[in-house]
Design a protein around this ligand. Structure first.
Ligand SMILES: [Zn+2]
Length: 132
């Protein structure tokens, strides 16, 4: 599993180069390990209408789900930040929707620093399917 997580970070770092971020210049890459055993990657995609921008993590999750995956075992997120990049609130809610109970969220930067948290640590007292 540990080796898989390192591969995820490497894939997130690589796909980051495909980010479409002409406005913010803030490139982010993400890679999710899905329950089908496959890795799905995503980069942030901005729009001239700024609010339409989609974060890298959501691109990766939506790619996985649209290919038939339904659960995420781990996700890695990488950006060129001083401290390891942290997912925004919207992405935390989207990750929660598909996260396996033991899902790890690996936050990293280009300096090689990493912080790993569980999804519950990132979004405590969350709104879930069980609340409907
Ligand atoms: Zn986000």
């Amino acid at each position: 599993m540990m080796q898989n997580l390192e591969i995820l970070v490497e894939k997130a770092k690589k796909v980051r180069e495909n980010a479409y971020a002409p406005y913010s210049k803030f490139k982010v890459g993400a890679a999710v390990l899905a329950d089908d055993g496959k890795v799905y990657t995503g980069a942030n995609v901005e729009n001239v209408s700024y609010g339409l921008t989609v974060c890298a993590e959501r691109v990766a999750v939506f790619k996985a789900v649209s290919e038939g995956a339904r659960q995420i075992r781990a996700v890695a997120i990488v950006a060129d930040t001083d401290k390891p990049i942290s997912p925004c609130g919207a992405c935390r809610q989207v990750l929660l929707e598909f996260a396996a109970k033991e899902c790890k969220v690996i936050m990293a930067n280009l300096k090689g620093e990493q912080v790993t948290k569980s999804i519950d640590e990132l979004i405590p007292y969350s709104f879930t399917k069980e609340d409907l």
